[in-house]
Design a protein around this ligand. Structure first.
Ligand SMILES: [Zn+2]
Length: 397
């Protein structure tokens, strides 16, 4: 089951614990906690493995024999489990469809979130989670029985008779995985410009021609009832990652573009630079279009909410954070963190940017000299030599 010592174990909803984390090329954020958490969790490892086995067994055998019943989703925060998913009401007609993940896969298999927004005329689903129809080799995900039916049950129960459109934030296999569940319907699949649309073919054997490409910033989804979802481009994690803004409800869906509570990881100077550029545009956009009161109340939803509990960076002496979504302060801090690295500010006393290095949890890159850069709530993990390069500075020994 654990084919690799780097595989990890996780429980959910109040019991998140990671025993071994590995590098995650797709949404790579957390994995530097590997050793630390291993060190503080050894006694419960066995128990977690057992829980994992039970959870995986349950997940794989669960079948959607009874229809999904959304009647218990009355007020925001209410949630209900159904097969592979936990559905949360996060606003009037707005839902988070959480795949709590498994302990047996890796990367996106450890848990991912999708979102569903209903207007008066239309419903928009943001993202399609992990592929449980055919499984996903890359993330070591096995197919599940009735996977497509299960997700359709949830979505169509929540949207009723509203026509559905689906917008995929970025074409990583943990975000476009269940496209197959909606192929036979009238659904339009949207994806932002800049993403590699061929990826859906290689990941899930789905013809990229199902995708309709839109330009971020120009495209809006008018769902009726004054519910308009705006789009913005935030690159860095991927080349065409879309974030979604529902201003009226003060909601921002950043998915993987803006990290999770634990921060964001970059593996090249270029990706850090374009992120800093786009993050600044996002901050400017919100500053210009939201009143102070509105932006203070902004709720920021990410693609892997379970990682938020480790916000902003893990230390053995820190307690996990009780957090479901991020906020405007986080958005500003992560932007400042990226810009600060480009300006070499971690070398400037009092700049606010701290280089947290030489910690056990930064070793997930596998080589020495990695850096966690922290600016208040915003954390960026980047190889130290790349940070120097990004800042245009010589790295001294
Ligand atoms: Zn992801």
């Amino acid at each position: 089951m654990f084919n690799n010592k780097r595989d990890h174990i996780k429980t959910h909803a109040g019991g998140a614990a990671i025993v071994e984390l590995s590098r995650i090329p797709l949404f790579s954020n957390l994995y530097h906690y590997k050793k630390t958490i291993k060190n503080i969790m050894p006694r419960i490892t066995t128990a977690l493995i057992m829980c994992g086995v039970l959870f995986a067994t349950f997940s794989c055998t669960q079948q959607s024999e009874t229809p999904f019943d959304s009647s218990s989703l009355v007020k925001p925060g209410d949630h209900v489990k159904y097969g592979s998913y936990v559905v949360y009401k996060i606003g009037e007609g707005i839902y988070k469809i959480n795949d709590p993940g498994t302990t047996t896969g890796r990367y996106g298999a450890w848990g991912v979130d999708m979102y569903l927004i209903c207007g008066e005329d239309k419903a928009l689903m943001i993202d399609l989670g992990n592929n449980y129809i055919d499984g996903c080799e890359q993330d070591l995900i096995e197919p599940r029985e009735n996977a497509a039916e299960e997700l359709r049950d949830v979505v169509y129960e929540l949207i009723g008779k509203l026509p559905l459109e689906i917008a995929i934030s970025h074409l990583h296999p943990d975000h476009d995985g269940m496209a197959g569940a909606f192929l036979d319907s009238e659904v339009t699949f949207w994806v932002g410009e800049g993403e590699n649309i061929a990826a859906i073919q290689s990941q899930h054997n789905i013809d990229p021609s199902i995708l309709t490409v839109f330009t971020q910033g120009e495209k809006t989804f008018d769902l009726g009832g004054e519910r308009i979802v705006e789009t913005l481009l935030v690159r860095g994690h991927s080349n065409g990652h879309t974030i979604f803004i529902l201003k009226k409800d003060l909601l921002l869906f950043t998915i993987d573009a803006y990290g999770n509570g634990v921060g964001q990881t970059f593996r090249s100077v270029e990706s850090l630079k374009i992120f800093a550029e786009d993050a600044q545009k996002l901050v400017d956009y919100i500053s210009a279009n939201f009143s102070p009161y509105e932006r203070y109340g902004l709720r920021v939803y990410v693609g892997h909410t379970w990682l938020n509990v480790y916000s902003p960076y893990y230390s053995p002496n820190k307690e996990k954070v009780d957090i479901g979504y991020l906020d405007w302060r986080y958005v500003q801090n992560l932007c400042s963190c990226a810009k600060g690295i480009l300006e070499g500010k971690w070398l400037v006393e009092g700049s606010g940017l701290l280089h947290v290095g030489n910690m056990s949890q930064v070793d997930w890159w596998g080589t020495a000299g990695q850096a966690i850069m922290v600016y208040d709530l915003g954390t960026i993990v980047i190889p130290l030599e790349l940070a120097f390069e990004a800042a245009g500075l010589e790295m001294s020994d």
